[in-house]
Design a binder for this molecule. Structure first.
Ligand code: UD1
Ligand code: CA
Length: 460
């Protein structure tokens, strides 16, 4: 794709109240496959123009600014008086003069940068004051209708202002425009509020351009979903379903197996390696990365986590954690924020880990909680082991050395250190450090020599 000259600037409208969403949250911050809908529009605008988009917000959508920060430039529309007024506020905030202005709506997240670029090309080719994208949706309700005459697009009539005959028009305005910037600056101030709604319509510029003897041309987009505007939560759900399928298709074509994709949910920014297998009812959220040949078993939910290659994860929940290669997890394990699991480790039924490192080859098979701990390599955590990390006021750390053997039902009362190769007896409550190679038994635990099992003995 050839990007337009740098004097093209994109304005993204995001100051509207979005009342049809019936939400306390600004409409454009509602997520679609894990990202706010505005993020998709900003990406498409940036990719097509090669410049930082300018986003228009109003005091009621101020939260949008916190979510995006410096990624975009900002303009303020002090009150959402309509799309025409929003573009006026944006032009006033532009610091560099642009030859060409692209206007996008923050509520059309399925838009692609290719379509934006094609529209820009069309306007240049036609030397038009305005080129705009149109679609013929199955249901035209709610959209502005395109009124054509022999000279091209004559005007756009909003649904609220349309006659019955005009409502019958199947071609609608998609809310994506390319403008000759000099013409736009000269005419934006001439828009007047609509008598029907009191709003200042950007779409009224079409008739003004034609009365100036300028061309208005249209890019007819085939795929109506691409330009679907999201005004309510039914449309949000429909758009999410469409995007979700596009994401799944991308992974399937790239070499990921899913037995039943209709039950799999994968956020837009998730990365999957080759030959990953995803069983039914899996949810992968946020900045998650899964390495090649890993199996994500039925019922697993993974968010913002990095999982290595050739792991097996069954019916488990992983949040903001890191898992190295060849780890097996579950069924029913819970890895919470800050868990880091070393290569080849095994976590089993009802194993919970929080803010802890487990070294390579360490096993934590049954009903246990490891929190705020540093566990070495080759450690065996017995069934029912708990790091009692919280004294009611503060959290304390537990350190377990390489090769240690923690007996079933051990309470590790932190802060406490279990030395390398040390052991604890079943049911012990360990309140003091256990030196390397020693054994702690009892309540409270007392230290004695560790009696080693003969090599090859059974494991916990
Ligand atoms: C708009 C178009 C309509 C088109 C449809 C396509 C107008 C008058 N109508 O209608 O022809 O078919 O989009 O989806 O433009 N916004 C502001 N400030 C405002 C009002 C709106 O920034 O004062 C923003 C909104 O946040 C939104 C976008 O502009 O992102 C579109 O506004 P919306 O109210 O959804 O317009 P529609 O009624 O859908
Ligand atoms: Ca809309």
């Amino acid at each position: 794709m050839t990007s337009p000259e740098p004097s093209t600037v994109a304005i993204v409208l995001a100051a509207g109240l979005g009342t049809r969403m019936r939400s306390r949250r600004p409409k454009v911050l509602h997520p679609l496959c894990g990202r706010p809908m505005l993020a998709y529009v900003v990406d498409a605008a940036r990719a097509a123009t090669g410049t930082r988009p300018l986003v228009v917000t109003s005091p009621s959508t101020a939260a949008v600014r916190d979510a995006f920060g410096d990624e975009v430039a900002w303009a303020l529309q002090d009150e959402p008086r309509g799309t025409g007024d929003a573009v006026g506020a944006a032009l006033a905030a532009l610091d560099a003069p642009a030859a060409e202005v692209v206007v996008l709506s923050g509520d059309t997240p399925l838009l692609t940068s290719e379509t934006v670029a094609a529209l820009v090309q069309l306007r240049r080719r036609d030397g038009a004051a305005i080129s705009l994208a149109t679609v013929r949706p199955e249901e035209a309700g709610g959209y502005g209708r395109i009124v054509r005459d022999a000279g091209g697009v004559a005007r756009i009539v909003e649904e609220k202002d349309a006659t019955k005959a005009e409502r019958g028009i199947g071609e609608v305005n998609a809310g994506l425009y390319a403008f000759d910037a000099a013409w736009l600056r000269g005419r934006i101030g001439d828009l007047r509020p609509s008598p029907a709604s009191g709003e200042v319509y950007l779409t009224d510029l079409v008739a003004l351009a034609r009365s100036d003897g300028r061309k208005v041309t249209a890019l007819e987009v085939e795929d109506e979903m691409e330009l679907a505007g999201i005004n309510d939560r039914v449309q949000l759900a429909t758009a999410e379903a469409d995007l979700r399928w596009r994401i799944l298709e991308g992974h399937l074509l790239a070499g990921v197996t899913m037995q039943d994709p209709t039950t799999v949910f994968i956020d837009a920014v998730v990365e999957l390696g080759q030959d990953v297998v995803i069983e039914p009812n899996v949810i992968l959220r946020g900045r998650t990365r899964i390495g090649a040949e890993t199996l994500i078993g039925a019922g697993s939910q993974i968010s913002d986590s990095v999982v290595g290659e050739r792991c097996r994860i069954r019916a488990s929940v992983l949040e903001s954690c890191e898992v190295e290669d060849e780890v097996t997890i579950g069924p029913f394990s819970h890895l919470r924020a800050g868990a880091s699991i070393g290569r080849g480790a095994e976590l089993g039924n009802y194993a919970e880990v929080k803010k802890s490192r487990l070294g390579p080859g360490t096993k934590q098979h049954h009903f246990s909680y490891i929190g705020d701990a540093e566990v070495g390599a080759g450690v065996n955590i017995g069934a029912g082991t708990i790091t009692a990390n919280y004294d009611g006021t503060r959290k304390h750390r537990t350190v377990i050395g390489d090769g240690a053997f923690i007996g079933s039902d051990t309470m590790l009362v932190a802060p406490v250190t279990i030395g390398e190769g040390a052991a604890t007896g079943a049911g012990s409550v360990v309140t003091h450090d256990v030196p390397p190679g020693k054994m702690a038994v009892g309540v409270p635990a007392r230290v004695r020599e560790r009696q080693r099992k003969p090599a090859g003995g059974p494991e916990a």
